[in-house]
Write a protein of this length. Structure first.
Length: 225
């Protein structure tokens, strides 16, 4: 503040003998002057802050004035976030799968041969029943009918049991293969930092962004050979 401005704001303080004659007024004036200085300082600081916010940051410095080279860059994930494959294609490509299927086919053939034998016995007895039913006494007729019904029920039960046993045999034969695939997928997922691995069989995932996902079918098949 210039001297002339101060005199205009506080003319009483420029009169001769003021300090000696009006001490109360001097104290009041000093209080007003102190408040004026505080307000002026706050206004200047506010203007400085506003100017700093409007000024673009220079390269290598942050808004606080510190060098940005001290701030570590945010780590970005590298590569795809997940993998995907056709599980069935990988399973069928395994050499052990062909071996397991041969064993399963041999077991199916044995069950089928036994089922045909029982069916052939039934057909033979049924033909005999049709040929002699007119001449059979009632007791023999009922006995033959009971035998045919028993053969038919046994054949039905045998086929149902065969399907159940074949399902269990297939599960047991393929269990080691599923275990190997699971271990290989886990290893690849951990090596590449995948969040998950998708099985695309059955059109379960009709679209996959190639930037986010990676087809690992070939990689898995190669490791399982």
């Amino acid at each position: 503040m210039q001297k002339s401005d101060f005199i205009l704001r506080f003319p009483a303080m420029t009169r001769p003998g003021f300090l000696r004659l009006c001490p109360a007024y001097v104290l009041k004036t000093l209080s007003v002057l102190f408040l004026f200085l505080v307000v002026t300082t706050l206004r200047v600081n506010a203007q400085t802050v506003m100017a700093a916010r409007q000024t673009p940051l220079t390269a290598g410095h942050s808004a606080t004035g510190h060098s940005t080279t001290d701030i570590p860059p945010t780590s970005q994930p590298s590569g795809p976030a997940f993998g995907y494959l056709s599980y069935d294609s990988v399973l069928h490509a395994m050499p052990a799968y062909a071996t397991a299927m041969r064993q399963l086919d041999e077991l199916k053939a044995k069950y089928e041969a036994e089922a045909k034998r029982v069916e052939s016995d039934f057909n033979k007895k049924y033909e005999e029943f049709l040929e002699g039913q007119r001449d059979f006494p009632q007791t023999i007729l009922q006995k033959r009918q009971s035998e045919l019904q028993e053969l038919l029920d046994r054949n039905i039960l045998f086929r149902e049991e065969s399907r159940r046993l074949l399902t269990e045999a297939e599960r047991d034969l393929l269990a080691p293969l599923h275990t190997r695939i699971a271990g290989t997928l886990r290893a690849i997922g951990e090596e590449r930092g995948y969040a998950f691995i998708i099985n695309t069989d059955g059109n379960a995932c009709p679209f996959i962004n190639p930037v986010k996902g990676e087809n690992i079918s070939s990689e898995v098949s190669e490791r399982l050979r």
